[in-house]
Design a binder for this molecule. Structure first.
Ligand code: AHR
Length: 502
């Protein structure tokens, strides 16, 4: 099969906000306890943070991490996680039916975020709690001194404010499963009031209103329209969530689900424009896609375990083991975020460690990188810059979830202020290679600086504690620059390519 693409230096989409390569860390399962924090672990520092995990996180060049939930946040009391550790209460976490020891709270997370060289995005509880608790949380985190909450923070050993710039106004409040679930009208009103209060405190803060938990929700897309109708002038982002899976073990159908993500973003973009027009507004609300990933391998079994267990502490939960197929699919999802970088300014792979995560750990044992770690890492390192509008043509296929799905999935970014071009391409075909030619317009004397490939015969291949490097990126070969100014080569079936041209 043959496919062609054209990249023109002047045909751009938008600046790619580095925060689209963000992540999410929830107090659930072993994400925090024995994930990032395990006092006594052989790599733990004096604060109990696992250095092996931190090293992998830093290698992702992680721009932002959302914390502390997730469903967890909707019944969370942030005050339980501050002050002397031995005085912190143990509480029931209603979302995952576990016990929360509160040994890690916002101050410890801020320490960890500094070590991870990442920005904090904090979510507040607008499920079981409301405006007052949220504003106290803000004052505790961001006010310098001289008030009850800021002085308490100083007393807890954190004289300098955490200065958190971006705040999530609750989590998935459209979901009937959520503690404190609300109707769109109730939530839109509350989100607007809390966002207003936050901006009375500091008008430069950014806030994120909950959009839909996924595009199959009954209330979607009316939820977005109703919430934005109430809160358009005060919030900066509408958050979207979506998880994917190959439940039917149909690879082409699975890969085509990236089109669903695209459609979701385009639809919500349309709603934003509609409300903007309706309000004669000058502001542009953006999309914060703050939960996305593959989640299906053990989803049903995990649901059954949660229902029957007796409030365990930091149990193994949602520890999906990802395969090569998942890595190729995640690469396609990242391509969507790059291509839609005009709308999506923040996106968080959910999650970061142990829970549906690119990094797994053994308690008292090693940490290792899952297959999906690598496309995220390459996109995060090289996908920053200006997204280019890539025109592509080539063979397509039809499947259950979409029609005319291109076998070639491609995105490109002008990187390093235009000094290089990063191309991210997936050949979705399971049995045929693609002869690809990418015409480069407006670039002179281009060289192939790097070509990295993830591919293999076995789409089910995975990295495990005993075989941590089964699926890793390898150096590619065979790309040539043609006399016509194109980069050309053969993409084997089921392969992912990162190409750096400079
Ligand atoms: O990331 C796991 C869960 O998925 C989160 O807690 C929730 O927000 C979503 O439903």
């Amino acid at each position: 099969m043959k496919a062609a693409a054209v990249i023109n230096k002047d045909f751009t989409v938008s600046n790619v906000d580095k925060r689209v390569f963000g992540s999410f860390l929830e107090h659930m399962g072993r994400a925090v306890y024995t994930g990032i924090y395990e006092p006594g672990h052989r790599t733990a520092d004096k604060n109990g943070f696992r250095q092996d995990v931190l090293e992998y996180v830093r290698d992702l060049d992680m721009p932002i991490v959302r914390y502390p939930g997730g469903n967890f946040v909707s019944a969370y009391r942030w005050e339980d996680g501050i002050g002397p550790r031995d005085e912190r209460p143990v509480r029931l976490d209603l979302a995952w039916r576990t016990r929360e020891t509160n040994q890690v709270g916002v101050n410890e997370f801020s320490d960890w975020a500094k070590l991870a060289k990442t920005e904090m995005m904090l979510a507040m509880n607008l499920g079981s709690r409301g405006l007052d608790d949220a504003r106290n949380f803000l004052e505790y985190c961001n006010h310098p001194s001289g008030t009850y909450w800021s002085d308490l923070r100083a007393k807890h050993g954190y004289k300098d404010p955490h200065n958190v710039r971006i705040w999530c106004l609750g989590n998935e409040l459209d979901g009937p499963w959520q503690v404190g679930h609300k109707s769109a009208a109730e939530y839109g009103h509350l989100a607007n009031e809390v966002s207003k209060a936050f901006k009375y405190f500091d008008k430069t803060l950014e806030t994120v209103a909950c959009g839909s938990s996924n595009d199959k929700m009954k209330s979607y897309p009316e939820w977005e329209a109703t919430v934005l109708d109430q809160a358009y002038e005060s919030v900066d982002y509408i958050s979207l969530h979506k998880y994917f899976g190959n439940e039917k073990q149909d690879t082409l159908n699975y890969f085509a689900k990236a089109m669903d993500l695209d459609r979701y973003i385009v639809t919500v973009g349309g709603i934003i424009d509609y409300i903007k027009a309706k309000k004669r507004s000058k502001r542009d609300v953006k999309i914060c896609f703050d939960e996305w990933n593959v989640w299906y391998h053990d989803r049903k079994e995990d649901g059954e375990r949660i229902a029957s267990w007796n409030w365990p502490e930091a149990p193994a939960l949602l520890e999906e083991v990802y395969n090569l197929e998942d890595a190729l699919f995640v690469a396609s999802l990242l391509n969507v975020f790059i291509r839609r970088s005009d709308r999506v300014k923040i996106a968080c792979m959910a999650q970061l460690v142990n829970v549906i995560a690119p990094i797994l750990t053994r308690t008292d044992g090693p940490a290792w990188r899952q297959t999906i770690y690598y496309p995220l890492q390459l996109a995060s390192k090289y996908g920053r810059g200006t997204a280019l509008n890539v025109s592509a043509s080539g063979p397509t296929y039809d499947c259950e979830v979409a029609q005319d799905v291109p076998y070639l999935d491609i995105s490109a970014v002008l990187h390093e202020g235009g000094k290089s071009i990063a191309v991210f391409a997936v050949n979705r075909s399971v049995d045929q290679s693609l002869d690809l030619s990418v015409a480069l317009q407006g670039f002179k004397n281009v060289k192939v600086e790097k070509h990295t490939v993830m591919a293999g015969e076995d789409l089910r291949a995975r990295n495990t504690v005993d075989a941590q490097h089964t699926v890793v990126p390898k150096e590619g070969s065979g790309l040539v620059l043609t006399d016509e100014g194109a980069v050309a080569g053969k993409l084997p079936p089921k392969s992912y390519h990162f190409i750096l041209l400079s």
